[in-house]
Design a protein around this ligand. Structure first.
Ligand code: NAD
Length: 507
């Protein structure tokens, strides 16, 4: 069972936060989130937001923005302070936040703890940028000047996924606040408490009313209202590609700004001269962290023929040592899947792999007995000799199932790496740096790691090519996604009759 001491009573609770006030859903209804590691336990009870609640939150964010509440748009110090204070509060409450994330996601504590630290770093980074939104100025030969000023995009609707709830929320909220936007968040229904606990801490920093609103509830009601409501200027979405396509189309009808962080099918290209030990450890981390429920998870191992047996042998050896268990146990390497439906999806893909005749080299089963009987536990699974064009080679599984394919040479490696609809991340392993660099340039993905497999520094970027998304999070690029650039032209000639006017006025 998950920890349930005095400071951590279950179930957790997630209210609405509208205009700075915590409240209940207009319908009076609530929904439950079970503990995926032990479904006998209710992890969270959340208010089930309605259309009316979503509209009230949007109205609050709109009024805060249009009214420039507490000089929010221009007082960068207020925003800087909110971000730095949030970073500190997140660190001060790291233990509790890690337990909440671990409970709702099923993420092992050993992974939840660094996840919280990464979220705090994001708030610090954007706190440092809030006071550096310089514009540009240019004087023309006529003496007229052009001022390019950066302005917040306005009211931002954020729709977030469940797999890394704190960093996914921080990547949106922190730059949006640095930019001076106001916000409505709809959290994933698997992780309402994790999102609420972060938003609650942010309110302790003295945020003006209406700047940050939270409405838990169904995607097709609360999410849909946020997407279509004309008072929302921008949508920032992270989730499945199929949901993202629909959101992009709906936002397009209103010419609403939209950023989409979507699915992946990351290839890891291992050349004959790769450092087997380093590459194998990196692969294991990428494949099974958070039970493979990561958009940037290592899902396809593309191995050059000459190193196939040695490399895969080491990967399988390490995979068999992975301890699958309750996320709260310090020794657990991999926890349960998020839900019964995700467990079914993963088992279906395992069946697809077996039916296709691919070589199941390890795993492939649902775990049972003792604690396993009460949660969604599946073995880490690797299929060898997978046809890259098959379902297993093409579709995002979002679980601990990996496809191995061999290649002959550099051209074939690049061709296979790119032969999917996704383009989020990739990895290249070769001792020949010019070759690794060449391949990194040829792979169509938003991030390509050389000799690494999951680094996501806040100073860098995160985002997808192709059907993995539009826009970039993290770094300066992540801030630009929440800014508009305005030109203010000031005449410097003082002339009443300027030369172009002759095109219309004769004298
Ligand atoms: P999802 O698309 O099912 O849900 C994401 C969010 O959208 C949730 O809050 C959900 O309630 C909401 N939603 C669902 N239907 C909606 C609708 N019709 N209208 C409005 N909102 C709606 O995704 P998920 O299962 O929560 O997350 C897993 C997916 O997210 C995977 O595909 C993964 O690759 C992707 N992901 C991408 C990144 C990235 O940075 N590229 C990061 C994390 C996860």
């Amino acid at each position: 069972m998950a920890p349930d001491d005095d400071s951590f009573r279950l179930p957790l609770y997630c209210p609405l936060i509208v205009n700075g006030e915590e409240g209940k859903a207009a319908s009076g209804r609530q929904f439950k989130r079970e503990n995926p590691a032990d479904v006998r336990q209710v992890a969270t009870i959340a208010e089930q937001g309605t259309l009316e609640d979503a509209r009230a939150a949007i109205d609050a964010a709109r009024a805060a923005f249009d009214g420039n509440v507490d000089n929010w748009i221009y007082n960068y110090k207020l925003r800087e302070q909110a971000l730095f204070r949030t970073a500190r509060l997140v660190r001060d409450n790291a233990d509790r936040l890690a337990r909440v994330v671990s409970l709702e996601v099923g993420m092992p504590m050993r992974q939840a703890v660094p996840h919280i630290a990464a979220a705090a770093d994001i708030f610090d980074f954007y706190g440092g940028l809030a006071g550096k939104l310089y514009g540009e100025s240019f004087t023309l030969p006529s003496g007229s000047t052009i001022n390019l000023v950066k302005e917040p995009v306005g009211v931002v609707g954020m729709i977030t996924p469940w797999n890394f709830p704190l960093t996914q929320t921080a990547r949106k909220v922190a730059p949006a606040i640095a930019a001076g936007c106001t916000i409505v968040i709809k959290p994933a229904s698997y992780t309402p408490a994790a999102t609420y606990e972060l938003v609650k801490l942010m309110h302790q920093t003295g945020l003006p009313k209406g700047v940050l609103n939270l409405v838990p509830g169904p995607g097709n009601i609360v999410g849909s209202e946020i997407i279509t409501n004309k008072k929302v200027d921008k949508i920032s979405f992270t989730g499945e590609t199929s949901t993202g396509k629909m959101i992009g189309a709906q936002a397009g009808m209103e010419v609403k700004r939209v950023s989409l962080e979507l699915g992946g099918k990351a290839p890891y290209v291992i050349f004959d001269d790769a450092d087997v030990e380093a590459a194998a450890r990196a692969a294991i981390f990428g494949m099974f962290r958070n039970a493979g429920q990561a958009c940037g998870a290592t899902t396809r191992l593309l191995i050059q023929e000459g190193i196939h047996d040695r490399f895969l042998g080491r990967v399988v050896e390490l995979t068999r040592k992975i301890e699958v268990g309750h996320p709260s146990k310090p020794s657990t390497d991999m926890g349960p899947l998020i839900s019964s439906s995700q467990e079914r999806v993963v088992q279906d893909y395992i069946k697809i792999g077996l039916d296709a005749g691919f070589d199941l080299v390890t795993g492939g089963h649902k775990l049972s007995g003792d604690e396993y009987d009460h949660g969604y536990y599946v073995e880490p699974t690797i299929f060898d000799r997978v046809d890259n064009a098959s379902k297993l080679g093409q579709e995002e599984i979002f679980g601990p199932v990996v496809a191995v394919t061999t290649f002959r040479d550099e051209d074939e490696a690049v061709e296979l790496a790119n032969a999917v609809d996704f383009g989020l991340v990739a990895g290249v392993w070769s001792a020949d740096y010019p070759r690794a660099m060449r391949v990194a340039r040829r792979i169509r993905a938003g991030t390509v790691w050389i000799w690494d497999n999951y680094a996501q520094p806040v100073e860098g970027i995160w985002g997808g090519y192709k059907q993995s998304g539009m826009g970039r999070e993290l770094g300066y690029h992540g801030l630009n996604d929440f800014l508009e650039v305005k030109q203010i032209f000031t005449d410097g000639t003082g002339l009443a009759m300027k030369p172009p006017y002759k095109q219309v006025i004769k004298e």
